[in-house]
Design a binder for this molecule. Structure first.
Ligand code: BEZ
Length: 211
């Protein structure tokens, strides 16, 4: 099954490196990043899971909880964490689901048999405090993910949610944002006191409101 944007993220209860955990309880009112990797004790995954550990504080400061999944056992994850610590500077400091029966993998459509027959591919799901799926990413086994990009999307989602703005290509914190075409020039003048520039009637840019 494929999870589409706007759908409610499926809840689950699973064994993890931090004990048995209910996903919704773990998230509470926070944002969530749920990600899968193909297999423990593999090279790209070792760098990725280490990067999530090293940068956990950057997720926490964004009111975001992170959690990983693969079809390996919790025991395997714990042993692998020693290697992650040794090679990446920090071991697992967030829960990693031991999804041996593929419950979570199937709920989230993380197994793509034509790419990897039995293992989860590299997926990322960003989930809002309303438990709706806000972003999905899928990467092939040969390409490691980019933590900066995941944090960038979180920043953009948190900035634009409930606001009449969106972010342009390659937007980063502090960059200009786009005013929704649904807002009239008149209303935009009040709503965006820093001013705006009009490239086209449908393309108006304003400094990031909270920067
Ligand atoms: C890796 O992490 O390097 C990897 C994992 C599964 C298949 C291929 C590569």
């Amino acid at each position: 099954m494929t999870i589409q944007l706007g759908e409610t993220a499926p809840d689950f209860t699973a064994e993890t490196t931090e004990g048995r955990l209910n996903f919704y309880e773990y998230l509470g009112d926070h944002w969530g990043v749920l990600f899968s990797h193909p297999a423990d004790f593999t090279p790209v995954c070792t760098t990725e899971l280490g990067a999530f550990a090293n940068r956990k504080d950057e997720f926490t400061s964004r009111n975001t909880r992170i959690i990983g999944v693969s079809v390996d056992s919790v025991e395997s994850h714990k042993k692998w964490s020693v290697d992650i610590a040794e090679t990446q500077g920090r071991g697992l400091n967030y829960p990693l689901v031991g999804d041996e029966d593929r419950t979570v993998a199937n709920l989230y459509g993380m197994i793509h048999p034509k790419a990897l027959e039995t293992a989860t591919v590299r997926t990322v799901f960003i989930i809002g405090p309303d438990k709706k799926v806000k972003l999905t990413l899928t990467y092939p086994a040969s390409v490691g993910r980019n933590i900066d990009e995941i944090l960038r999307v979180l920043d953009a989602l948190q900035l634009t949610t409930g606001y009449s703005i969106s972010t342009p290509v390659d937007w980063k914190q502090g960059g200009e944002v786009i005013i929704s075409p649904a807002i009239s020039d008149e209303d935009a003048k009040t709503k965006f006191p820093k001013g705006f520039r009009t490239l086209k009637p449908y393309l108006r840019l304003t400094p990031q409101p909270d920067a």
